[in-house]
Design a protein around this ligand. Structure first.
Ligand code: PEP
Ligand code: MN
Length: 697
């Protein structure tokens, strides 16, 4: 047996080899960019990234490494190589810009989110970057204007609290350009001098932006006085000086670590997905290679003429420019007039963008082009993911080429002559849901997952959330096998009142935590209208169960929230009744509706219900909404689940929702129909093969 010291020595050597390999990889990447300069059109090739990840995950599996881990590592490796390639191109195109020693300013003090964002943005130049915190945004801008700073990073909007007005106003006032953007996930924590119970806290200090993002949490502490501080570090200073255990600060984990403070509670922002977008500002604009997907930011004031803003927006549309942001701010010194801040996808060097800017100038009384810069928030900036089922299929190291196709669907959707006319649909109780009203397929977005688009989506997990260990293991498997959404019931519609009724909100917390740990959005059933708002805060998709398909009070309530919904077909409901039920959701305002065929009651007793596979093409013809199939509840026994799931692919469904369990015989609900972990792996492998076979057809 090796001693602990010997083992540590081995780890040191392995880590050294890893770092040497990464350094070698970096050298190769630098050669790649030189080759791409002459040979390729794109700096980023997402198909190749997906193929690479798929192959790495397969190889990792052969070597006994879990695919979630391998995916995370290689996403970082790919991101790093992309940044190197980008920096190389930028340096090449902007020979006058200082690339060696750069002075970068941010607002706040060391450890502030702005500091973290700056370090992230300039990660490839950390060796020769000097970061300096400034007390105010204005001083930052002055620093850039006067030349004391090469760059400044300024937060511009937050996904919870919205736009940061002061930053927008300063961009208009100072002669600066935007040369980059950075997105940072913000995890606010409540931190204190010692680990005291939350109930002991009487005073909380923080930056006003953080206070705004944590409003719900703070509202739950009515005994507490909340005070704003110019920055987090000052707030920390204050509680340290007071040496008072009843005081706390809202800060990042990084700040807690730097100052040796205790975290009383994590994730206290109103929304789980809390991101801040920063812009990087410099005196002069920079040029970016046409191969880097860019955004362009403009500030304009329209002429005081009727319809001027609409004409400006039409100009952008006429040039096929997608607008990613429109913000208005009062125009200084001109009461009741506004400055409009517009971000569009594209680079000022694109002919369409420059033509649009030319045309805009006809309708504006002020127009400032802030600059073009590599986009971090658009589709092109999302990390690639390995392909469906690839993890299970370790024999297949050939890269997947394209997303799993949705076979017959397109053909059905395209045959406009068979789409029932609008009047027919209206007679049956649905208009907004009808294909006649909305000929194109609707795509529902669940985080990064698109349902109804090109990919076949797999939602999977246990029937009921039973414990942390159970749901965590399920989440890990969904992730490992390339599933996209984690399912788990916490409010269970049980036929018998003596059966397990679900863990309720406690279960929802476990489900959400497991989803977060493995980067999976979650779907869960909500049964009572009174629970809708609260469940919608945490779950990514609300499921309406078969028994509640015509619970109109529930449908209306869900119709008012901004969350995707999976509406299951009642066991004794017709296809048109399902569509009429979906109309309740749409008419109330929620258009993120997915329909689910889960089996209907017939005279047949060999299966729990009868999967009406024919409903898939019928629905595809009558509605634009995505269609999901639930083979588990239809079959009722596990041996029929895989064939029914395969039938769903062949019939043109957009995805499946399927149940599995670590120990089906011990499951608290629906054990007989739950796949084993192995069975789920087999299902994913078969779906992978089937979608590949259909693709090559
Ligand atoms: C479920 O998905 O857990 C469920 C109860 O399904 P259904 O409403 O289709 O019976
Ligand atoms: Mn179930």
């Amino acid at each position: 047996m090796a001693s602990l010291d010997e083992l540590r020595e081995q780890l040191d050597q392995i880590d050294r080899a890893l770092l040497e390999a990464l350094a070698r990889r970096r050298e190769v990447v630098e050669h790649v960019i030189r080759t791409k300069e002459t040979e390729a059109d794109f700096v980023r090739d997402q198909d190749r990234e997906e193929a690479l990840l798929t192959a790495r995950v397969s190889l990792g599996r052969e070597l006994g490494l879990d695919s979630y881990f391998v995916t995370k590592i290689f996403q970082q490796v790919l991101d790093h190589s992309l940044r190197i390639q980008r920096d190389h191109l930028v340096a090449e195109q902007n020979p006058d810009v200082e690339h060696d020693a750069v002075r970068i300013g941010y607002q706040g003090t060391e450890g502030a989110y702005s500091h973290e964002a700056a370090r992230k943005h300039f990660a490839s130049r950390l060796d020769h970057a000097f970061f300096r915190g400034y007390p105010t945004f204005r001083e930052l801008m002055e620093g850039v204007q006067a030349g004391g700073l090469d760059f400044a990073i300024v937060p511009i909007e937050n996904t919870t609290a919205g736009s940061i007005n002061e930053a927008y106003d300063l961009l208009a006032r100072f002669p600066v350009s935007v040369i980059g953007e950075e997105v940072l996930a913000i995890d606010h924590c409540l931190v204190a001098l010692e680990k005291v119970p939350l109930g002991n806290i009487r005073r909380i200090y923080s930056h006003p932006l953080a206070i705004a993002q944590c409003g719900d949490f703070l509202a739950g502490l009515p005994e507490c006085k909340v005070e704003s501080a110019p920055d987090t570090a000052m707030a920390v200073e204050r509680i340290k000086r007071a040496n008072d255990l009843s005081q706390a600060v809202i800060a990042s984990e990084e700040v807690a670590r730097m100052h040796g403070l205790e975290i009383l509670k994590r994730r206290i922002a109103n929304r789980r997905d809390n991101y801040t977008r920063f812009v990087v500002v410099a005196r002069e604009a920079m040029s970016y290679d046409a191969r880097i997907p860019c955004k362009t930011s403009l500030i304009l004031a329209t002429k005081h003429e009727e319809g001027a803003l609409v004409r400006c927006l039409n100009t952008l549309a006429a040039h096929h420019l997608s607008m990613t942001k429109l913000e208005s701010r009062p125009r200084p010194n001109v009461p009741w007039e506004y400055l409009f801040y517009i971000d569009i996808e594209g680079n000022v060097t694109d002919p369409e963008v420059s033509a649009a800017i030319d045309e805009l100038s006809r309708d504006v009384s002020f127009l400032k082009v802030l600059g073009s810069y590599p986009a971090s928030t658009t589709e092109s900036a999302r990390p690639s993911v390995p392909k469906l089922g690839a993890a299970a299929d370790s024999s297949d190291t050939k890269p997947a080429q394209a997303p799993a196709p949705k076979t017959k669907k397109a053909a059905v959707a395209a045959s406009a002559d068979t789409t029932p006319p609008l009047e027919v649909a209206i007679k049956k109780g649905y208009k907004l849901a009808s294909r006649a009203h909305h000929p194109d397929d609707s795509v529902v977005r669940i985080g990064d997952v698109l349902v109804g688009g090109d990919d076949f989506v797999v939602m999977a997990g246990p029937c009921s959330v039973e414990s942390w260990d159970q749901v965590r293991a399920c989440a890990e498997l969904v992730r490992d096998q390339g599933g996209q959404v984690l399912r788990g019931g916490v409010f269970k519609p049980r036929t018998s009142t003596y059966s397990f009724q679900g863990l309720g909100y406690e279960g929802l917390d476990l489900l959400v935590r497991a989803g977060e740990e493995f980067g999976l959005p979650v779907v869960t059933e909500v049964m009572h209208p009174a629970d809708v708002q609260r469940v919608a805060e945490d779950a990514d998709v609300l499921q309406v169960g078969a028994r509640n398909m015509q619970n109109f009070a529930l449908l209306r309530e869900i119709g008012h929230v901004d969350r995707p919904v999976l509406l299951k077909r009642g066991a004794m409901s017709s296809i048109d009744e399902l569509l009429a039920a979906s109309e309740y959701l749409l008419a109330a305002g929620n258009h993120q509706v997915m329909l689910c065929e889960r089996g209907i009651r017939t005279f047949e007793t060999a299966t729990r219900f009868t999967l009406d596979i024919g409903a898939v093409p019928v629905l595809k013809e009558r509605t634009h909404l995505p269609v999901i199939v639930d083979p588990s509840h239809a079959a009722g026994v596990r041996q029929y689940v895989i064939p029914l799931a395969e039938a769903a692919v062949a019939a043109g469904a957009d995805g499946i929702i399927v149940e599995f369990h670590p120990a089906p015989e011990e499951a608290l609900s629906d054990g007989p129909q739950a796949l084993t972990f192995e069975g789920f792996g087999e299902l994913m492998q078969r779906l992978h093969r089937l979608t590949q076979a259909l693709r090559s057809e």
